[in-house]
Design a protein around this ligand. Structure first.
Ligand code: SF4
Ligand code: SF4
Length: 210
């Protein structure tokens, strides 16, 4: 599957083997079978299916995950990383420029429809662990499922969402500030990656030996 990313740049979406692993214990939103995870309106290929599965996993493993020391450390690193990124976005004028773009441009911000396909179950689960109340429907026509009038409704975003700046904004920032922006997002990106790996490993282990 491929989909449009940020006006004109196409990226591939990978089906995440982690989802299939999670269905191994019968945790499928559709009919309780692995086959059911890839068909139907609530399959893992749909956002609704992924949200349902993330909630099921949260119910089943959330408390246990939050009790793990490594997960706690990574969650705290992620929270810190998110704050540092947001602060840099504010200080360097990125937040203001993107809010203005969303308001003024006919197509709104570059959080285009289809980008939600990059948000897979592990990232949704991380958002639930962070206390985010995932909203059920896309609020804005032509925009990503998770975009509200006030910006992204997710706290933990995909790496592409964290990293992407359009060429005009890059030019406006200049090389020095671009480096500052990249350095500011480092902890968020790293801890997100490590957290996703750790959660996948834990759940995989617990599924094999409950
Ligand atoms: S990155 Fe560029 S296109 Fe995307 S919202 Fe910001 S200003 Fe607009
Ligand atoms: S997940 Fe959030 S940041 Fe990423 S495209 Fe959607 S609304 Fe934008």
């Amino acid at each position: 599957m491929s989909f449009k990313f940020n006006r004109g740049c196409w990226v591939e979406s990978t089906e995440n083997g982690w989802n299939v692993l999670a269905t191994g214990c019968g945790e499928t939103p559709e009919d309780g079978t692995i086959e059911g995870a890839s068909v139907g309106s609530r399959s893992l290929r749909t956002m609704e299916g992924r949200i349902v599965l993330a909630r099921l996993l949260m119910d089943k493993f959330g408390r246990r995950l939050l009790a793990e020391k490594t997960i706690q450390i990574l969650m705290s690193r992620l929270n810190r990383g998110i704050s540092v990124s947001h602060e840099a976005m504010r200080d360097l004028g990125v937040s203001g420029a993107c809010a203005l773009c969303d308001e003024k441009e006919p197509e709104g911000s570059c959080c285009s429809t289809g980008l939600e396909n990059k948000i897979e179950t592990p990232l949704l689960l991380i958002n639930l662990l962070l206390g985010v109340k995932i909203q059920r429907t896309g609020q804005r026509k032509g925009s990503c499922f998770f975009l509200s009038r006030h910006g992204c409704t997710l706290k933990a975003r995909h790496m592409l969402c964290i990293d992407y700046l359009c060429p005009p904004l890059e030019r406006q920032l200049g090389a020095k500030n671009l480096v500052r922006m990249q350095m500011a997002t480092e902890e968020e990106i790293q801890s997100l990656f490590l957290l996703e790996e750790e959660i996948g490993a834990r759940i995989s282990l617990w599924l094999r030996a409950p």
